[in-house]
Design a protein around this ligand. Structure first.
Ligand code: TNX
Length: 742
């Protein structure tokens, strides 16, 4: 810990959100921000990127299409049909739009087409051997594929037939022992799909990759027409880091269990495997603790910004709800663990228990728990930090903390319990008192069989973290700049390190304002990112070399941190989380690469990230259509149209994903004003269609667009129509539809 903080510490102005922590004296390791490495010159203008993508993204040649089911009448696959792009030079290998990028992927010729008759086969290691693991992953895959395809996709144990998907638990022979825990092999041929892995987690990871081989509409919750084809590939894949996390802060703004489950759905598909749930902070305590009803009775009633608690009144989870979300996360191979921040960041606990004089579970006088700036303590629903602390000498402190730790660890099967430990000014607790607190609390955690995790501040002078404890490095400092010493202190104490440098991983930091970006004034802080932090900052850094002396020998992973001060709804959360978390997911999963604002690795990532726009839109997830990303168009033909007795057809011919592309007409397509669309009705006639949808706001991505049209045929028959769609500099795409005049 450093020199005592001044009184100004606790009175950061609200506007001081701009400089949250920037000018705070007395913060461990943050006497001022070192030069931010996050702002190299931008790659290029959007226009140049889009031109590049136009050159890269071309349709799959008709000759490559094999194995389509008989019911598919298309003779040609639209460019958006599969997740493979062919580079401009025709004999080069297609690029797969998978995030995070797999370790190795080889693309063959042809396609696999998922047919209505396909089955998902759990293949036991030997005939008659139990197949529970395979079955459970096969069920997961079926549940992912059924809504959009509308296919029955029965799950069974047995031998696969042509057209089936096989889930096999076993060693594919291509994974080294170190890569077996989560590694997998995925093979598609023109007539089969096989996912093989030594563990259920590996199989699940393979399933996530397979989903991304299919067209983006596979994420629709309602039936989409397909066709459901994938490129032919052999993928061998495993993670760089075992810990790939996201933090969600439901203390500053309450979120209900279902909202968190929706976030789990999304992050699991990008192979995030840890959910760090920040349950308590100055403004709120969010989990019922037996024996201490005031923690939620009083402590959960407010949120940041509530002032008189009339709006946004907070909330809390019961332990049964917590347990259910833990189980939901586990079913998505995500280990959920709690953080109850201490000894600072805990005004909600102090406010709840300070007056709890009649509680038989408190052995002394509960006034003794308060070592904060104010006595008696008082609510502060602003974004201020650094005014609260619990006293390490009070027996009541430990009665409360023991109950919290015992009850939370009992409901948490994963390995971690996070005790927080950040940002306690020495004006409130001396370095010695702070160390005393951490050294008292850590054994309570290990006693329950959990690994201690905390912000890297817990590696400071005098602390004795138990063997194997984990420090999260959060300072926005690199190399050996001031602030980086917490990283080295953690290494010196044999701690493992999770990299969460604020200027690369804090998902609450504002995006970058540009002439064309619509960055909301209301969302996000910028203390770690003076000019904003965008996809570039999230992607272009290396966890194993950012801080001098902290290497991959120490680093176990990466975490994206969604702090809750400015986000009141999950839509807001999603807007800040996506697409940046996908960059962090790749940094955590994929092999190290030369990641800079102008590196080929970043260009390649941006192309793959662009393809995720349609996937997020199909899943109805909000995200920020960052101007750093060369967003692509993806189109899906509509269900067949039927003509009236006089040969007239009218209705929806296609859906279009065009993130970041507004349309100023929202009626007739006009490429000069937004979305261009031309409908070829299949009888030689061509018309301009209509586009409807909702344009972006500064907190919401634009909606999917519906393309519709009308036409009168001269003769009865079945017509194969094609819609050609364009927007800005993006490569045009087509979608097929059928119209029948019986
Ligand atoms: C830092 S540094 C925090 C959080 C805030 C966040 C806002 C650290 C471990 N904690 O308490 O919510 O900044 O950006």
């Amino acid at each position: 810990m450093q020199a005592a903080g001044s009184a100004a510490f606790g009175h950061r102005s609200k506007a001081g959100n701009m400089n949250h922590r920037l000018h705070l004296p007395g913060l461990p390791g943050l006497p001022g921000l070192p030069g931010l490495p996050g702002f190299p010159a931008k790659l290029t203008s959007l226009g140049v990127l889009c031109a590049a993508s136009a050159a890269l993204i071309i349709g799959i040649p008709a000759a490559a299409v094999v194995g389509l089911p008989a019911s598919t009448t298309a003779t040609r696959l639209p460019a958006s049909t599969t997740a493979a792009r062919l580079p401009a030079s025709t004999n080069a290998t297609p690029v797969l739009d998978i995030v995070p990028k797999p370790v190795s992927a080889t693309v063959g010729s042809g396609h696999f087409a998922l047919a209505r008759t396909a089955r998902i086969v759990a293949a036991p290691a030997a005939p008659g051997a139990p197949a529970a693991t395979e079955l459970s992953i096969a069920d997961d895959l079926a549940a992912y594929l059924r809504p959009a395809t509308g296919y029955p996709l029965p799950v069974l144990v047995g031998a696969p037939a042509p057209g089936d998907i096989t889930i096999r638990l076993g060693d594919p022979g291509t994974l080294k022992p170190a890569n077996q825990a989560e590694g997998y092999e995925l093979d598609t041929t023109t007539s089969s799909v096989t996912i093989e892995a030594p563990t259920s987690h590996g199989l699940y990871n393979g399933v996530q990759t397979f989903r991304q081989l299919l067209p983006p509409w596979i994420n629709s919750r309602t039936t989409a027409p397909g066709p459901w084809t994938t490129p032919v590939v052999t993928i061998t894949d495993y993670p760089r880091y075992e810990y790939r996390g996201v933090l969600l802060d439901i203390a500053r703004h309450y979120e209900p269990p279902q909202a968190v489950e929706q976030l789990i759905d999304q992050v699991a598909s990008y192979k995030i495997n840890q959910l760090h749930l920040h349950l308590s902070d100055d403004q709120g305590f969010r989990l019922a603790i037996t024996g201490f009803p005031r923690l939620t009775g009083i402590g959960s009633a407010g949120s940041v910004g509530t002032g008189g608690r009339s709006q946004d009144p907070g909330g809390f989870w019961t332990q049964a709800q917590y347990k259910a979300v833990v189980a939901y996360a586990a079913a998505h191979f995500i280990s959920l663990f709690p953080e109850v921040d201490s000894p600072g960041h805990n005004n909600a606990i102090i406010m709840s228990e300070y007056g709890d004089t009649g509680n038989p579970n408190l052995p002394a006088n509960p006034h003794g728990i308060n070592c904060g700036q104010f006595n008696p303590p008082q609510w502060d629903y602003t974004e201020d930090v650094g005014y609260s602390a619990m006293c390490p000498d009070s027996p009541d402190t430990w009665a409360i903390m023991t109950a919290i730790i015992d009850q939370l660890t009992a409901e948490t099967p994963g390995p971690y319990y996070d005790l927080g430990g950040d940002e306690v000014p020495t004006s409130l607790l001396t370095a010695q008192q702070y160390a005393q607190f951490i050294n008292t609390e850590a054994p309570l955690v290990t006693k329950q069989g959990k690994t201690v995790m905390g912000w890297a501040d817990i590696a400071g002078p005098g602390t004795t973290p138990p063997e194997g404890s984990v420090a999260e490095y959060w300072q926005p400092a690199a190399g050996s700049d001031p602030g980086t010493e917490t990283g080295r202190e953690a290494v010196a104490k044999n701690m493992k390190v999770i990299m969460a440098p604020a200027n690369h991983t804090y998902l609450d930091q504002k995006y970058i304002v540009t002439a064309t970006s619509s960055v909301p004034a209301s969302l996000g802080m910028n203390w770690a990112c003076a000019k904003g932090c965008d996809v570039d900052s999230a992607y272009n850094w290396d966890p194993g070399s950012l801080v001098t002396g902290v290497t991959d020998k120490n680093v176990i992973g990466v975490e994206g941190d969604m702090w809750g001060e400015t986000v009141a709804t999950m839509s807001d959360v999603d807007y800040m989380v996506f697409p940046r978390l996908l960059a962090l997911a790749e940094v955590a999963w994929s092999p190290a690469a030369q990641r800079t604002a102008s590196s080929p690795a970043y260009r390649d990532f941006l192309q793959r990230l662009a393809a995720q726009g349609a996937r997020l839109q199909a899943a109805d997830v909000n995200f920020y259509p960052s101007t750093e990303v060369p967003w692509q168009l993806a189109a899906e033909g509509a269900a067949p149209l039927t003509a009236s007795a006089s040969g007239h057809v009218a209705g929806t011919v296609a859906m279009l994903s065009a993130p970041g592309f507004p349309t100023s007409t929202l009626t007739m397509c006009d490429s000069s004003l937004g979305i261009g669309c031309t409908i070829d009705w299949g009888d030689g006639a061509t018309t301009t269609g209509d586009v409807t949808g909702v344009n972006a706001t500064d907190t919401r991505v634009n909606s999917l667009y519906t393309i519709s049209g009308q036409h009168t045929y001269a003769h009865p028959g079945t017509y194969h129509g094609v819609v050609t769609l364009s927007a800005g500099n993006a490569a045009p795409v087509t979608a097929d539809f059928t119209a029948t005049w019986p």
